[in-house]
Design a protein around this ligand. Structure first.
Ligand code: NI
Length: 226
């Protein structure tokens, strides 16, 4: 399942992050990928151990922790701390799949990448190209979101970033190990949760909504690994 999560960051938070990033040193993005990725990746990134990047990453995860829609869709268990990338002057990232297991820098802790996230930090009108294209069984989907919005999609998907031919595209990106590793089960839990919320908003809390909430939690209990 692919989901657009709007307004993860406020315009003010985006401005603060951008101001910090604009004053920071960027390195070749090939330092954080394996051999296949290195062949097709042309962009720049903040170094993985950058203290500035770490602080900004904490701010991103702090904002996400308050986002109920993201939690409902991702059911996050663990995160690889957010990284930041920058594309300009024709830079792009060719078709690839994200590595299935990643080590959290500085901890040696490994996690399975169930979900990939891209948080857009530039106004889409300010640059040409730079669409994230995600390919799944229903075809290719192009994503280019307002600053502060996030896209979450299965890490098993092939994807690419189209060349940025004008302006600059800056994003934060990171991976999530979900409590529910199977994408279709996670998707069903999301649909059920969102339907219960809508039902509760329209008819109030009834025995039936309580019963459905019970089913939601019993399914989550059956399928989650924490
Ligand atoms: Ni990728």
């Amino acid at each position: 399942m692919m989901l657009h999560v709007p307004d993860v960051l406020t315009p003010e938070q985006v401005r603060e992050i951008r101001a910090t990033l604009d004053a920071t040193l960027w390195i070749d993005g090939r330092e954080t990928v394996g051999d296949q990725g290195a062949q097709v990746k042309r962009n720049r990134q903040l170094p993985e151990h950058s203290p500035v990047g770490r602080e900004l990453g904490k701010a991103v995860l702090g904002a996400l922790a308050r986002n109920a829609l993201f939690f409902s869709a991702a059911l996050p268990s663990r995160f690889v701390p957010p990284l930041f990338n920058r594309y300009e002057g024709g830079e792009h990232y060719g078709l690839h799949v994200d590595g299935s297991v990643r080590t959290v820098p500085g901890t040696g802790q490994q996690l399975r990448t169930d979900l990939s996230c891209t948080l857009f930090l530039c106004d889409p009108e300010s640059y040409e190209g730079g669409e994230l294209e995600v390919v799944d069984t229903y075809g290719a989907h192009e994503v280019k979101l307002p600053a502060g919005d996030l896209i979450v999609y299965p890490s098993s998907s092939l994807h690419r970033v189209r060349p940025v031919t004008r302006g600059v595209r800056i994003c934060s990106f990171f991976w999530v190990q979900s409590m529910v590793r199977d994408d279709s089960r996670r998707g069903m839990l999301f649909e059920l949760d969102q339907t219960i919320l809508k039902l509760r908003a329209s008819i109030g809390e009834r025995d039936e909504t309580v019963a459905l909430t019970g089913h939601y939690h019993n399914l989550l209990r059956m399928w989650s690994e924490v």
